[in-house]
Design a protein around this ligand. Structure first.
Ligand SMILES: Cc1cc2nc3c(=O)[nH]c(=O)nc-3n(C[C@H](O)[C@H](O)[C@H](O)COP(=O)(O)OP(=O)(O)OC[C@H]3O[C@@H](n4cnc5c(N)ncnc54)[C@H](O)[C@@H]3O)c2cc1C
Length: 460
């Protein structure tokens, strides 16, 4: 289940839905997106009757087992501007930055100790082929009038923050924090319960129907009739009719070391920065309050069929690869114990930009496609979804990610899975060659570039 959930402590499952319940709003999914939406709905309408239906336990999916990088969207500034134009892009990027600060403020105001620490983020190159990582967004930020949002770091400056023998130059994004993800998710769950939200766990929604007058969500044990529904189903959004062409599902894995405070001291990695390399299949790593290193890799296998609907708990081969990569990056960890390894599914949007929208024939609103970067943006999505469900128009519903399409089309199964698996293998070969300073073989290079040729956004 992952170290974070273990550290956060267990929760007693809430009883499943049984019988018929009336509500103003029904939220499907107890991850960050669903829970932030419920929170913002309550803030706007304190007397609103909200029912939240969660298939498993709230916060026990990706929201409770991620890397805890609480990101603004500044490292996507280039892609966001390219897709939406300068004005809408800036509005989105500024609100995504504010979302990070607001999560910290929410923790303070509500007494939730989610280890929120706004120490910024470093994107670092680990081979000459990656020396330009983050530069396009650095230029875009400057051109958008926010030069401080993405800052250049020399190799010396990178190593002063965290000294690895493979680190080269990088960029620094100050509007970035880390959290203990499970503490944040379970903190949200606790605060929603305190505020009177009716949460039903073990309550998978198997059918959602509705018309302009309202919706009905059905589970094995009962149903909720509500004025509007919000779907925050994460990777399972792919099961929604017509959505399989709008996202794919891949996986990510994390290994956790035992506490290694002496090593962090030696590497000068005591400032709390979270770091990634510049690959497409990126490595991401951060420290914890008790001196551990959480080291993740986004290069897991694609999830398909049952695995989309089930949880990717841990793929042992991938976890072993992650452990080897950790030693390559930080040789000092050799001989130190890895206490935990786990994985989870990632909902990938072809543009790598989340999608928020509404159905045209019923008051049903949704958000998905955070592409491994939902911790910060899901709070912003929750604000937009709450406004949509309340039928209000404001700065959140005017965001360019609201009502936009996927940016490209995902082919039907089994093509999506076969194509994705081929691209993954090609990317692995291309990135390994780049890391060794070699030219990738031409066939792999062509296969790895295929998504871009189809309009899918790949690297940051
Ligand atoms: C290993 C890993 C590392 C990651 N690292 C980071 C990171 O460092 N930073 C970052 O920003 N992001 C990261 N992510 C991604 C991040 O976790 C997600 O973007 C974020 O949690 C999205 O939240 P969500 O609420 O949209 O989805 P989820 O957390 O997936 O929640 C969806 C919930 O809906 C429930 N559900 C689905 N279908 C139904 C149904 N039919 N009925 C009832 N309930 C249903 C599920 O059980 C689940 O609890 C990582 C993900 C993984 C797996």
């Amino acid at each position: 289940m992952g170290w974070w959930l273990e550290e956060a402590g267990g929760v007693d499952p809430l009883p499943p839905l049984s019988g018929s319940v009336e509500a103003d709003f029904v939220v499907v999914g107890g991850g960050y997106t669903g829970m932030w939406t419920a929170w913002h709905l309550l803030h706007a309408e304190p007397s609103a009757r909200i029912a939240l239906l969660e298939g498993g336990l709230c916060g026990h999916g990706p929201s409770g087992r991620n890397g805890g990088f609480c990101e603004s969207m500044w490292l996507s500034a280039h892609a966001v501007r390219e897709r939406f134009g300068a004005g809408p892009a800036l509005a989105l990027l500024d609100l995504a930055s504010r979302s990070v600060t607001e999560i910290g403020e929410w923790c303070d105001e509500n007494g939730v100790d989610a280890w929120f620490r706004q120490a910024g983020y470093v994107c670092v190159s680990t081979a000459p082929a990656y020396d330009d990582a983050g530069r396009a967004s650095m230029r875009a930020a400057a051109e958008l009038g926010r030069p401080e949002a993405v800052q250049e770091l020399s190799a010396e400056q990178v190593r002063a923050r965290c000294d690895s023998p493979v680190f080269r130059r990088g960029v620094f994004v100050p509007d970035f924090a880390t959290v203990q993800p499970a503490r944040l998710a379970l903190g949200l769950r606790a605060k929603l319960l305190e505020r009177g939200v009716r949460i039903f766990e073990g309550s998978r929604v198997s059918e959602l129907s509705g018309d302009r007058g309202g919706v009905v969500a059905r589970t094995a044990g009962g149903m909720v009739r509500a004025g509007a529904a919000v779907l925050g189903m994460g990777p399972r959004s792919r099961a929604i009719d017509g959505f399989d062409s709008r996202l794919t599902v891949t996986s990510s894995h994390i290994v956790m070391t035992e506490p290694v405070p002496d090593l962090l001291e030696e590497m000068g990695w005591t400032g709390g920065e979270c770091i990634t390399d510049g690959r497409h299949m990126l490595h991401y790593f951060r420290t914890t309050d008790d001196g551990r290193i959480a080291f993740g890799w986004g290069g897991g296998r694609l999830a398909c069929g049952a695995r989309v609907n089930g949880r990717v708990e841990v793929d042992r081969d991938v976890a072993a690869q992650v452990a080897r990569d950790l030693e390559w990056m930080f040789p000092g960890v050799r001989g130190r114990r890895l206490t935990h390894a786990w994985g989870g599914p990632i909902d990938v949007s072809p543009s790598h930009i989340p999608q928020i929208g509404s159905f045209s024939d019923a008051p049903v609103h949704y958000a998905f496609g955070f592409t491994g970067n939902g911790v910060g943006p899901s709070q912003l999505a929750g604000r937009a979804l709450a406004s949509l469900a309340l039928d209000r128009r404001d700065e959140y519903t005017r965001l360019p990610i609201v009502g936009s399409d996927a940016g490209a089309w995902v082919p039907p199964e089994p093509l999506a899975w076969l194509g994705g698996a081929a691209v993954r293998s090609a990317l692995l070969r291309v990135e390994a060659a780049k890391e060794r300073g070699e030219r990738p073989d031409p066939l792999s290079a062509v296969a790895a570039a295929a998504p871009r040729a189809l309009g899918m956004h790949l690297a940051r």
